[in-house]
Design a protein around this ligand. Structure first.
Ligand code: F6R
Length: 240
């Protein structure tokens, strides 16, 4: 909120999935409480499925419209999702990168994490230098996301996603994770070796990352007591 108050046309990086929903709801409440106009805010979604009909309710364009643009009162034309049209898919990644650069880069990137450690849809093995491109989803990710579709077979096999290199360029990363299913991925991202086998570990290369987790998602963190201590004793100026 302070970012938007300071910069009304701030550029947000928007994750989809279930994790950020409570954050988006909190943003709506704060915006209403503080009578903040969000109509100039700009945004770039992390990813989009390939192979869904335009307007499919589970396409991330539709999800972002339903769960972010409409409740927050954002301006639809300011919010971008990667273009998954088959006709232009070979150049869609470059076009998305250019659009992010033309917007001045992402100020605050909201991230979730997959149970297999992916951020965006950068599955294990994704290069830390990767830019927006087409990826193949792992079977684990397809199974995890089958809850949104009629069947596992209906879950797309491919997606277009911001790369880890794209994500690294954002000025501030906020990684959210809730629930025991994310504990291993969070421990690997925060405390494990920096390795493409755990794409979430890219956060360790970023100068300004905030990780927000609940107790269940934090359960495997070896240094959890230190993080609690640091949080309890954080300097007054240190806010999100
Ligand atoms: C979604 C995205 C993914 C999700 C991740 C977690 O845009 O990029 O990385 O954040 O799959 O999904 P949920 O939050 O549904 O557990």
């Amino acid at each position: 909120m302070r970012l938007i108050a300071r910069k009304p046309d701030a550029v947000l990086g928007l994750a989809t999935g279930s994790t950020p929903l409570s954050t988006y709801t909190a943003l709506v409440e704060r915006a209403h409480a503080e009578a903040l106009d969000l109509s100039e805010v700009r945004g770039f979604a992390l990813d989009e499925y390939l192979g869904l009909q335009p307007g499919h309710p589970e396409s991330y364009r539709a999800v972002i419209t339903r769960e972010v643009v409409e409740p927050l009162g954002l301006t639809a034309a300011n919010i971008h999702t990667p273009d998954a049209s088959p006709e232009t898919i070979e150049t869609a990644g470059d076009a998305y990168e250019r659009a992010i650069i033309a917007a001045g880069g992402v100020d605050l990137q909201i991230l979730g994490i997959g149970t297999d450690g992916h951020v965006g849809f950068n599955e294990p093995g994704s290069s830390f230098a990767s830019l927006t491109r087409v990826k193949t989803l792992t079977e684990q990710t397809r199974r995890d996301n089958a809850r949104y579709f009629e069947s596992l077979d209906a879950v797309p096999m491919h997606c277009i996603t911001q790369g880890l290199g794209t994500i690294r360029r954002a000025r501030h990363l906020v990684l959210l994770a809730f629930g025991a299913a994310k504990a291993a991925a969070i421990a690997a991202a925060v405390e494990g070796p920096v390795t493409a086998s755990q794409p979430g570990s890219v956060i360790q290369l970023h100068p300004h990352t905030t990780v927000l987790v609940d107790e269940d998602a934090a359960a495997d963190l070896v240094n959890a007591d230190y993080y609690r201590h640091a949080w309890a004793n954080r300097p007054a100026w240190q806010q999100l």
